[in-house]
Design a protein around this ligand. Structure first.
Ligand code: DX5
Ligand code: ZN
Length: 221
């Protein structure tokens, strides 16, 4: 897996015009929709749930929806998001009592499964479960808010996770989330990421196509 996926986080979109915002960002060249679910319990913020995911599908969104669950507990919401049209469902191991079981549940519901590592979560959390995953999501900020600065130690961690994925030999995507911008995405790609979440860097600009083009360009340079 060495292609580049750009996944704009709709956390930074205009929620009053969410359907149009998603249409515009996909038309501007984005690959996935990154959908941040926060519960005011696992993280100190409250966002959107399965109803909004379903509404985007009804609106006509056909792009993959990359659901990032920042909720505790996790399992009860998995079938709801599968029914609502989620493509991928990722969760934090700290929020699930039985990580392997939650991964199996996501796959049994017909979605792809991702595990999310917070900035201080050791990469060893991937032991014994990596080969079951479709995606590893590495946080380069603490979860809960858009617009935070990229934590530099995430680059070394990306290299460590990339080495594990390559050793495992399965086509597992390595996604980075938090503080990704055109001026740091090149270094992030060089450290091993192939899937890039960006919220404020994309939705904070007037011309979504221009910023997405600049991000892709920096990845291939
Ligand atoms: C943070 C979320 C991110 C966030 C990224 O908890 O998981 O997806 O929206 O926003 P930026 O790109 O602005 O750091
Ligand atoms: Zn996210």
């Amino acid at each position: 897996v060495n292609d580049c996926i750009i996944a704009p986080s709709i956390l930074s979109a205009d929620f009053a015009r969410l359907g149009q915002e998603v249409d515009e960002v996909i038309a501007a060249g984005a690959d996935w929709v990154h959908f941040d679910v926060m519960d005011n319990h696992y993280v100190p913020n409250l966002t959107i749930g399965p109803l909004v995911c379903e509404a985007l599908r009804k609106h006509g969104v056909t792009a993959p929806i990359d659901v990032h669950l920042m909720v505790e507990p996790v399992d009860r919401l998995v079938p709801d998001f599968a029914k609502a049209g989620a493509t991928l469902v990722s969760f934090h191991p700290e929020a699930s009592r039985h990580v392997h079981r939650t991964v199996q549940l996501i796959k049994a519901e017909g979605c792809q499964a991702g595990l999310v590592l917070n900035p201080a979560t050791p990469v060893e959390v991937l032991d014994y479960v990596l080969e079951e995953l479709d995606l590893v999501l590495l946080m380069s900020v603490n979860p809960g808010f858009g617009g935070q600065a990229f934590i530099p130690s995430a680059l070394e961690k990306l290299k460590a996770v990339r080495a594990r994925i390559d050793a495992c030999g399965k086509p597992i995507r390595l996604e980075i989330d938090g503080g990704v911008k055109p001026d740091n995405i090149g270094a992030i790609a060089a450290a091993g990421a192939d899937t890039f979440v960006a919220g404020s860097a994309i939705f904070g600009q007037r011309d979504y196509a221009d910023v997405i083009r600049r991000m892709r360009q920096a990845v291939t340079d």
